[in-house]
Design a protein around this ligand. Structure first.
Ligand SMILES: NC(=O)C1=CN([C@@H]2O[C@H](COP(=O)(O)OP(=O)(O)OC[C@H]3O[C@@H](n4cnc5c(N)ncnc54)[C@H](O)[C@@H]3O)[C@@H](O)[C@H]2O)C=CC1
Ligand SMILES: CC(=O)C(=O)O
Ligand SMILES: [Mg+2]
Length: 638
C-alpha cells in the first residue's frame, strides 16, 4: 500500500529487511556484493549482510522546490543526479553532487569556528557561552533545512552536541524562545482550544506518531515558569529520542500546553507568543490536560507520552491520574529517579561495593520536589530490594531538606509523597543544610533544589570530613549549570579529589593542585528516558511499571567498562548513547515480558531470549542516512 510507505516509513523497516539474506542463504545461493544471488563460486569476499546499513526508499508526493523546502526530504547539495531528474530538481541546485560526509564536514567546520554573534548580556545563565548559543543557532538552522544531516551530525558528535541541543544551552533557549522563534516546530494546545483538541490533533501532518513529549512550561529546568517558551524542552528531549534511541524524527511530536504563565515579565513582554493570562489551576486545569491526553491518545493510540517539567503541584497528580491506564511516564519523577539510582550503583561499583551496600548509606537530599522525592523514593525501593530493608528502615537512611530546611513530622502541610521521609524527631524541624551535614555525616549528598550553589565550601568541607571511611558521593543534579548546587571544580578542590561526582549538566574534568586530573560524570535522565520510551513503545506495554523502571536503573551501571570505573566514572560514556539506549530498552522490555506486558514482535523476541530481543530493538532504530526518494503523483496508490 503506497501511502503506508510515504513519509519515511521505510526508515523503520530494518527488521523487515532482515528476512532477505536468511531466505536466500537457506536456498543454498551465494549473495554477491550487489545483493543478487548467483549460482557459482566467486573469488571476491562477500561482506556480511547488515540490515542497519540498508537505505530504504520512500515515497514523496511533491517535486521541485517543495522538496527543497521540506526538511524531511531535503538533502541540500547531496541529491544524486538520478534523483534530480526524477524529482524535477534540475537547475534548482548547484551542479555538483556532494556526499553526506562532505556536507557534515563542512557543517562541523562552521560549527567550530569561534565567532561571537550574541551580545554578552545574553550570556548570563552560567555555563552557556556565546559560542554555545551560536552553535545552537547553527544546529537549529540545519534542522530547519535538512533534518537528516542534522541528525547525522548529532549522532556522530553526540557528546559535543548534547550540551547544545539540551542542558545547559536549552535553558538559555527557553528563556529567550520568544525572541529566537523563527519557524514553527511541534504543537501548541491552549486553554483557548477547549473542545477542539481532537480536531487539532488531526492538523498534525503525520499519521504515525510514536512518541510525544509535553510540558505546560511551569517548571523549566531550574528556571521556573517560562510559559510557552518551555516548548524548547520537549523539542530538545525528542531530539535525544531520535539521536539516542533511534525514533524517526517524523514520528515524534513536541507539545506545549498553554494555560497561561505566572511569569509576569514574560507575560508583559510584547514579543511573548503565549496567552497573556495568569496560570489556570484547579479543575479547569485538569480538564484541559484530560482533553489533551484524550485527543492525542485517540489519534495516536500506540504513542508513548512523556510528561516533562510540570510543576510539583500538578506533576504528581497527573502521573497518578494516567499511569495506570496509559503509556505515559513523568521523566522528572521517574526518569530522574532511575538515573540517580543507577549512578549510585555505579558509585558503589567504583568503590568495589555491591548494590546491597546502598542500604548502609546515609543520604541527604536537598530538594523535595518532583525530582527530589522521585529520586528518594526510588533509592529507598532499591534498598528494600537489594538489602531487604523495610520501607521504614529504608526511609530512616534519608534526611530531606526543602526551602524551609529539614523536613520532620513537625512540619505542617507536609505533602503526601514527602511524609514517609519526614524525620521523626521534631526538634530538628527546619534545620539548615550545613547543620544537617555536620550532624548526620552523610555518605551521599544529592542536590535537586534548582536554587544554585547550595553546596557551599563549608557544606562540602563538612561532607568530606564526615565521610572518612569511603569516598563522599556528591551529585548536584539541578539544571542548567547556573542552578547546579556546586561545580565539579568546587567539589574536587574541597575534597582533594576524593568525591565521586556527577552533575545534572555537563562539567569538564578537574585538574587538582597536584596536577592529577579527575574525571567527572553527568547524572542526567537522558541516560534513561530514550531507552525506556523505546522499550515501552516497541513492546506496546500499555503502561510503564515500577519494575520496568527498576530494570532500567539496574542495567545502566552494568554498562560501565572496568577502565572507566577505575577513573571514577559512574555512568557509561555518552558517546555510546545508542548502545546504552538499546540495553536500557532491552532491560525494560525484559521486565515488561516478565510481567506479561509485551505484544506483537517484541513478545516473540522475548520468548526467543535476550539476544533476539536486543537485535530486534537495534534493528528497529532509525539511523540518519539519505533514502532514495521515489516520486509518486497524487491519486496513485492513495
Ligand atoms: N539531573 C536530572 O536529570 C534532573 C534534574 N532536575 C532538576 O532538579 C531541580 C528540581 O526540579 P523539581 O524537583 O522538579 O522542582 P520542584 O520545584 O518540584 O522542587 C524544588 C524543591 O527544591 C526546594 N528548594 C528550593 N529552594 C531551596 C533552597 N534554597 N534550599 C533547599 N531547598 C530548596 C523546594 O522547596 C522544592 O522542594 C531542577 O533544577 C531540575 O532541573 C530535574 C529532573 C531531572
Ligand atoms: C533534566 C531534566 O529533565 C530537568 O532538569 O528537568
Ligand atoms: Mg525535566
Amino acid at each position: 500500500m503506497l501511502p503506508a510507505l510515504a513519509s519515511r516509513l521505510g526508515r523503520w523497516n530494518g527488521a523487515m529487511h532482515a528476512a532477505l539474506p536468511a531466505a536466500t542463504q537457506g536456498l543454498g545461493f551465494h549473495v554477491n556484493s550487489s545483493g543478487n544471488p548467483t549460482n557459482y563460486e566467486e573469488e571476491e569476499e562477500v561482506p556480511p549482510y547488515s540490515p542497519a546499513l540498508q537505505h530504504p526508499a520512500y515515497v514523496v508526493r511533491k517535486t521541485g522546490v517543495d522538496i527543497l523546502h521540506d526538511p524531511w526530504c531535503n538533502k541540500g547539495s547531496a541529491f544524486p543526479k538520478s534523483e534530480r531528474d526524477r524529482l524535477g530538481l534540475r537547475g534548482l541546485l548547484p551542479p555538483r553532487s556532494l556526499t553526506m560526509e562532505l556536507q557534515a564536514a563542512r557543517f562541523m567546520e562552521d560549527y567550530y569556528q569561534p565567532r561571537e554573534l550574541i551580545p554578552p548580556e545574553d550570556v548570563k545563565l552560567g555555563g552557556v557561552t556565546s559560542a554555545m548559543a551560536r552553535r545552537w543557532k547553527l544546529l537549529q538552522e540545519l534542522q530547519d533545512r535538512n533534518e537528516t544531516l542534522f541528525y547525522r551530525v548529532l549522532v556522530d558528535n553526540f557528546t559535543e552536541m548534547a550540551p547544545i541541543i539540551y542542558t545547559p544551552t536549552v535553558g538559555w533557549v527557553c528563556v529567550n524562545y520568544h525572541k529566537l522563534y523563527r519557524r514553527p516546530r511541534g504543537m501548541y494546545f491552549s486553554a483557548a482550544d477547549r473542545g477542539d483538541m481532537l480536531a487539532m490533533a488531526y492538523n498534525w501532518p503525520q499519521q504515525d506518531v510514536q512518541a510525544i513529549v509535553v510540558t505546560d512550561g511551569s517548571r523549566i529546568l531550574g528556571l521556573g515558569d517560562l510559559g510557552v517558551n518551555g516548548l524548547g524542552i520537549p523539542i530538545g528531549k525528542l531530539d535525544l529520542y531520535c539521536a539516542a534511541a533511534g525514533f524517526s524524527p517524523s514520528k515524534v511530536l513536541p507539545v506545549v500546553i498553554d494555560v497561561g504563565t505566572n511569569n509576569e515579565a514574560l507575560r508583559n513582554d510584547p514579543h511573548y507568543v503565549g496567552l497573556r493570562i495568569p496560570r489556570i489551576t484547579g479543575p479547569e486545569y485538569f480538564a484541559i490536560i484530560d482533553e489533551f491526553v484524550s485527543a492525542v491518545m485517540a489519534r495516536w493510540p500506540s504513542a508513548v507520552l512523556q510528561f516533562e517539567d510540570f510543576s510539583i503541584n500538578h506533576a504528581v497528580p497527573l502521573l497518578e491520574r494516567y499511569r495506570k491506564h496509559h503509556l505515559v511516564f513523568n521523566d522528572d519523577i521517574q526518569g530522574t529517579a532511575a538515573t540517580a539510582l543507577a549512578g549510585l550503583y555505579g558509585a558503589l561499583r567504583v568503590m568495589g561495593l555491591p548494590p546491597a551496600a546502598l542500604g548502609q548509606q546515609r543520604i541527604v537530599c536537598v530538594g523535595a520536589g518532583s525530582a527530589g522525592m522521585g529520586v528518594v523514593k526510588m533509592i529507598a525501593s532499591g534498598m528494600e530490594k537489594q538489602q531487604g530493608l523495610s520501607p521504614k528502615q529504608a526511609a530512616d537512611r534519608f534526611h530531606v531538606i526543602d526551602a524551609h530546611g529539614l523536613i520532620t513530622s513537625a512540619r505542617t502541610g507536609i505533602a503526601d509523597f514527602a511524609r514517609p521521609f519526614a524525620r521523626t524527631d521534631p526538634t530538628h524541624e527546619g534545620e539548615d543544610l550545613l547543620s544537617v551535614v555536620k550532624r548526620v555525616k552523610p555518605t551521599i549528598l544529592l542536590g535537586l533544589a534548582g536554587a544554585g550553589r547550595l553546596f557551599t565550601e563549608e557544606v562540602l568541607e563538612a561532607m568530606n570530613k564526615g565521610c572518612p571511611s569511603q569516598r563522599p558521593i556528591i551529585f548536584p543534579m539541578s539544571n542548567p549549570t547556573s542552578r547546579m548546587e556546586c561545580t565539579a571544580e568546587d567539589a574536587m578542590r574541597v575534597t582533594q579529589g576524593r568525591a565521586i561526582f556527577a552533575s545534572g549538566s555537563p562539567q569538564p574534568p578537574v585538574t587538582l593542585a597536584s596536577g592529577r586530573q579527575v574525571a567527572v560524570s553527568q547524572c542526567n535522565n537522558m541516560y534513561i528516558f530514550p531507552g525506556i520510551a523505546l522499550g515501552a513503545y516497541l513492546g506496546q506495554t500499555r503502561i510503564i511499571t515500577d519494575r520496568m523502571l527498576m530494570a532500567a536503573a539496574e542495567e545502566l551501571p552494568r554498562l560501565i567498562p572496568q577502565e572507566e570505573l577505575e577513573r571514577g566514572l559512574v555512568y557509561p560514556k555518552l558517546s555510546k548513547i545508542r548502545d546504552i539506549s538499546v540495553s536500557i530498552a532491552t532491560a525494560v522490555a525484559n521486565a515488561a515480558g516478565d510481567e506479561g506486558r509485551l505484544r506483537g514482535r517484541m513478545r516473540e523476541k522475548y520468548a526467543q531470549g535476550d539476544e533476539a530481543l536486543r537485535a530486534y530493538i537495534a534493528s528497529s532504530m532509525f539511523y540518519p542516512n539519505y533514502s532514495a526518494l521515489v516520486h509518486v503523483p497524487h491519486g496513485i496508490g492513495e
